[in-house]
Design a protein around this ligand. Sequence first.
Ligand code: PLP
Ligand code: TYF
Length: 397
Amino acid sequence: MFEKLTALPPDPILSLMGLFRQDTRSNKVDLGVGVYKDEQGNTPIMAAVHAAETRLLTEETTKTYIGMAGSALFNERIAELLLGNDHPAIKDKRIVTAQTPGGCGALRMVAEFLHQCAPGSTVWVSDPTWGNHIPLLSSAGLQLKTYPYYDGVKKEIRFDAMMSALEQAAKGDIVLLHGCCHNPSGADLDKDQWHAVTELMLRKGLLPFIDIAYQGLGDGLDEDAYGVRYVAAHVPEMVVAGSCSKNFGLYRERVGYLVVLSASAEQAVNAGSQVMTTIRAHYSMPPSHGAAIVETILSSVDLKKQWLDELNVMNQRINGLRRELNLALQQQGVDQDFSFIERQKGMFSFLGINKKQILRLREEFAIYMVDSSRVNVAGLASGNIEYVASSIAAVIR
Ligand code: PLP
Ligand code: TYF
């Protein structure tokens, strides 16, 4: 059965991680995979996570199965973190939340659920979008179309072109939006743009699908959730796929969640039963440990404060590195304007350099980034920023 198989291309981001690991040069810099790094280049376990784990170790009493939706307390706390405590969608019991294996698990379960509701529906994704969106959504049977999003020359959102494309969408089509910290461009919708796209989706009967994997790593937890909260307050139905990988640093524990907003509490009950059936058909129940950590942190005043402080340090470090990289490039006397790096949000920006220059950075300077020129800003540090800036200057001259 397997003898006719051919090898498929690897995930370009994860395979770059492997190349970086094999590189023995001591000055190597990893700007590839989107994980947060501290000044020393480590991705540490957050202190609040460690403290919550210690509590769990002594207080956890059973390892029996949890249900298909995961932990009810996790689901309640995470919905509050996403939407805010007093959101009408929560008060009106119009949402169903389920703990999932990472944001990827949430994306796939939402896609399966949507395919179950309306087989073969069309999802509009931004051009460009995160590479994994394509297999995660299309493998569930959804059709993909793209709307223009990022202008690589002007370094800004192509908002008019995006709106014109979405005007062509048919009633019932799905629109995938990044809640904040757009991966890969770092260019986010502003408030007026969120209002306008919400109005368009309402008017045309489109279903909003928001992927939020970086809440708290842009401007702050509430600021980064502006779009999700606004859309949820104005539309009858929407779906959300969220991740705790970055903002809790729980990557390998696989913690995420999905939210389905329905038009009424009665419809939410039915939607919930459909979501659980979907989950049952795939993995039955999510892993517990990571979500138990999140729920412990969000249920404790002191652990929550500790986590918020740590998250603030992370987002301030990223925003500081954005300013420093722009400044360091200016000091190299480059002709290009890199001020867009300062305006963009989250871990990623496109440097806007070509493949040859990217390869030269990797081979000659041991600086790694994905082929699109997307860099993970969090991979910079005061110890390497001059080196990175001078190397970029060398290859773009
Ligand atoms: N969505 C986006 C845009 C991402 O960048 C990520 C990245 O890690 C995810 C979803 C899902 O992440 P995970 O499955 O690791 O929680
Ligand atoms: O875009 C990134 O770098 C992160 C991490 O298959 C990631 O979102 C990359 C590839 C992948 C899963 C996660």
